[in-house]
Design a protein around this ligand. Structure first.
Ligand SMILES: O=P(O)(O)OC[C@H]1O[C@H](OP(=O)(O)OP(=O)(O)O)[C@H](O)[C@@H]1O
Ligand SMILES: Nc1ncnc2[nH]cnc12
Length: 182
């Protein structure tokens, strides 16, 4: 699902392009102007809440760090739990860990091993889908933690990096919803 034209224009107008950050040749998509605009942030939250309802999610997983900011208000408004997927070494309990590559590097992410249960239906939320490495690793974690992937929802998909193609098999039929694709 793409956002309706008006919402797309509003959201896009609040995402700034920052050339050569964090590395030469990368155009960084900065969502801080969107976060600073309550009308835009609220409309984005509503769009994600609608996806929770459509896919009958009963947990929201947010991906550190920008995914946390977007996913937390969605969980509150949808009345469902929020579960963080964090960069390795930050969660205090027993964790499951997954390595991955992304547009400008490599990393490892973790989830608390007992954060999800069989029967949980999880919507994974992040700001940007680039190469798809982060999202792919998060789906592995959600499934290893015993839950079902209800879907993946991102604000912005960078189509030229083919994350959708990379993520395809890992979705195992679950929907990938990008509000905006560039
Ligand atoms: O599709 P990919 O190539 O994996 O890239 C997308 C990921 O990269 C960014 O996170 P980053 O790891 O930079 O972390 P941050 O949110 O902490 O800045 C972004 O927020 C996504 O999580
Ligand atoms: N170009 C980009 N802008 C913002 N976040 C990203 N994550 C991966 N690539 C990105």
């Amino acid at each position: 699902m793409s956002a309706p034209d008006g919402l797309r224009e509003l959201l896009l107008s609040r995402i700034a392009d920052v050339p050569d950050y964090p590395k030469q040749g990368v155009v960084f998509k900065d969502i801080t102007p969107l976060l600073a605009d309550p009308a835009a942030f609220g409309a984005l939250t509503d769009a994600f809440v609608s996806l929770c309802e459509r896919y009958e999610a009963d947990k929201v997983v947010g991906l550190e760090a920008r995914g946390f900011i977007l996913a937390a208000p969605v969980a509150v408004r949808a009345g469902i739990g929020f579960v963080p997927v964090r960069k390795a070494g930050k969660l205090p309990g027993a964790t499951l860990r997954q390595a991955y590559d992304l547009e400008y590097g490599a990393a490892e992410i973790e989830i608390h091993a007992d954060a999800l249960a069989p029967g949980d239906r999880v919507l994974v939320i992040d700001d940007v889908l680039a190469t798809g490495g982060t999202a792919e690793a998060s789906l592995e974690l959600v499934r290893r933690a015993g839950a079902e992937v209800a879907g993946v929802a991102v604000l912005l998909e960078l189509g030229f990096l083919a994350g959708r193609q990379r993520l395809g098999p890992g979705l195992k039929g679950a929907p990938l919803e990008s509000l905006i694709t560039v």
